[in-house]
Design a protein around this ligand. Sequence first.
Ligand code: SF4
Length: 191
Amino acid sequence: REGEITAPMVDKLADHHFPLCMKTMHTALVSNHHLKYEARRQYGLFLKWIGLDVEEAVKFWRTHFSNITDDKFTKEYRYNIRHQYGLEGGRINYKPMSCIDITNGPRPAKGDSHGCPYRSFSTENLVTALQKMGITDKQELATIKNNVDSHHYHVACTRVYELTHKQDKTVYVDSITHPNQYFDRSYAAMK
Ligand code: SF4
């Protein structure tokens, strides 16, 4: 998909195709014009793997980091974006984080937006987020909450995918284990 996804497309893609973790970071970025290091890493690598190439990634972050000068952006952030694409430093082609990597990674503190929301959100915040995604059925919300309470975050996320992608008629045997898998299913179902 490299070259197919451009910086201005990301807002719309976030609405329809991103799992809750990536939606949460995207929303925080849009509201705060900034994301902290761990969120930049999780979200940046996810975007790289949906097909945002490095030039579009630089444009994307520059547009959203609208409260800083070009000089500050170049000095503090451009290098790290290029680093994620293996174009600086040790030139490693970094892979996006799986659900296990994310849930086992650093827990978000107050004001952080990274991590798996099924694990880190309070029940109230999770229900609000799910309602915003159009899930209002009390029974479904209760089932998702039960999955979360039993620490089956990927099961909750898979159910949310099913409820928000009724147009996707593919029968999947495996549940969601990677944010990019969620995106790939959703994006393919749109075509
Ligand atoms: Fe993201 Fe995975 Fe959590 Fe879903 S289960 S919100 S894809 S980390």
